[in-house]
Design a protein around this ligand. Structure first.
Ligand code: PMP
Length: 404
């Protein structure tokens, strides 16, 4: 398979430098560039179609409401949800996880209960649970990784007890690209009566999502990594769980009736969408999902993991490079160069029009486990091809020359 099989670069205005040179963008795991279709959908929604939703009696507002709710149905279809009522629009994965920890966790956890995370989690799948643990007296356990840096499901099986109420794991690691066997993780969680949340931030842009097949309880992802805009994300939850959850924030749109004596709440998903929602962002997310779905998430996965394999192969030939993560992964490759701080590498690569991420990637406990303060990370999107790998390797060679 040739690595540039998708050939969609020209759909992305963001892949050129200010001088019109190719920009080798290898930071899609942080945020994806946007195809023209998404920018146009957002521009229409902010321009000629603009009005607020759910309130106006005038036609434009009614149209916008249809557009906003159509986006919710499109998300439900894309992720194999049973009903669109299981789809809550949030600001991003961070807000989705905070919502679950605060609302579901606040109502269901108490002192003595346990929360299971793993070593490779993003801070947004650690800190909300720590805040919940402080509030409730629950405690956190950390599932270790295998030798090749995957979440160790045998260890998970051995560690889980009936005191665990929630297991919250990354579907795909944002640092290592390791892919979780979600069905086995869900079965293990359920076997002790725990719920499972999957942080799907890195899976949603590059894998087929099927809530029924995953058999999870909560699933979270961000629109901006899925080629959509910032400021919108999705919390999917099983309808019976959402039904029983108290509101996360109070305000307009989430109520049934308000009096000073007592307020009653709307059913989900409105109960969890206080205030004027992210209208134009939802509509642009709809366009992003249409774009990704037309290409086929399984093709994206194959394309990006082929590029990741190729890059790993090349990096293995460079003595000063240390690779992290499993051989087989989603399109994310983390590495370190002996004697070169990842930030210095990132700066030199920037001069070559190559954009990588250097740092702890919001996964400081994982950095501690790997024994490094930071890594360099190249992450692929649907628009990358072998020319991006070649540019990265040229930059690495130049860095080697500079650092002797
Ligand atoms: N989880 C993972 C695995 C991520 O990669 C990210 C983003 N780097 C997040 C959670 C948080 O997403 P956001 O900042 O869009 O809320």
């Amino acid at each position: 398979m040739t690595a540039d099989v998708l050939d969609r670069r020209s759909d992305f205005a963001g892949l050129l430098t200010a001088d019109g040179e190719p920009w080798h963008y290898l930071d899609t795991a942080a945020s994806a560039q946007k195809p023209r279709a998404v920018i146009e959908a957002m521009s229409r929604a902010l321009g000629p179609d603009y009005a607020t939703v759910h309130r106006g009696v005038y036609g434009r507002s009614a149209q916008m409401t249809l557009g906003y709710e159509a986006a919710r149905r499109r998300v439900a279809e894309f992720i194999g949800a049973t009903s669109e009522n299981e789809v809550v629009f949030v600001r991003g994965a961070t807000e989705a996880i905070n919502l679950v920890a605060s609302s579901w966790g606040g109502a269901n956890l108490r002192g003595g209960d346990r929360i299971m995370l793993s070593t490779l989690e993003h801070h947004s799948n650690i800190v909300p649970w720590q805040m919940l643990a402080e509030r409730t007296g629950a405690e956190i356990d950390v599932c270790p990784l295998t030798e090749d840096d995957r979440i160790d499901l045998d260890a998970l099986e051995a560690m889980l007890t009936e005191r665990h109420k929630i297991v919250s794991l990354a579907h795909v690691s944002n640092v290592l690209g390791s892919v979780l066997d979600v069905r086995r993780a869900a079965d293990l969680a359920h076997s002790v009566g725990a719920k499972i949340l999957l942080d799907g931030c890195q899976a949603a842009p590059r894998m087929v999502l099927d809530m029924a097949a995953f058999d999870c309880d909560f699933y979270a992802f961000s629109g901006h990594k899925l080629y959509g805009p910032t400021g919108i994300g999705v919390l999917w939850a099983r309808e019976d769980l959402l039904d029983a959850m108290p509101p996360y924030q109070g305000g307009g749109s989430m109520i049934d009736k308000v009096t000073f004596a007592k307020t009653t709440y709307a059913p989900p998903p409105q109960r969890f969408e206080a205030g004027t929602p992210m209208i134009t962002e939802a509509i642009a997310l709809h366009a992003a999902i249409d774009y990704v779905d037309a290409l086929g998430p399984d093709r994206l996965f194959a394309h990006e993991s082929a590029l990741a394999n190729k890059l790993r192969e090349e990096l293995r030939n460079i003595n000063s490079v240390r690779l992290f993560g499993p051989d087989e992964s989603a399109g994310i490759v983390s590495f370190a160069m002996e004697g070169v701080h990842p930030h210095d590498l990132g700066t030199i690569l920037d001069e070559e029009n190559v954009a990588i991420r250097a740092g702890h990637h919001c996964a400081q406990p994982l950095m501690e486990h790997l024994g490094v303060p930071a890594t360099a990370r190249a992450s692929f999107g649907l628009y990358n091809d072998e020319s991006d790998i070649a540019a990265l390797l040229r930059g690495i060679e130049r860095t080697q020359r500079i650092f002797g």
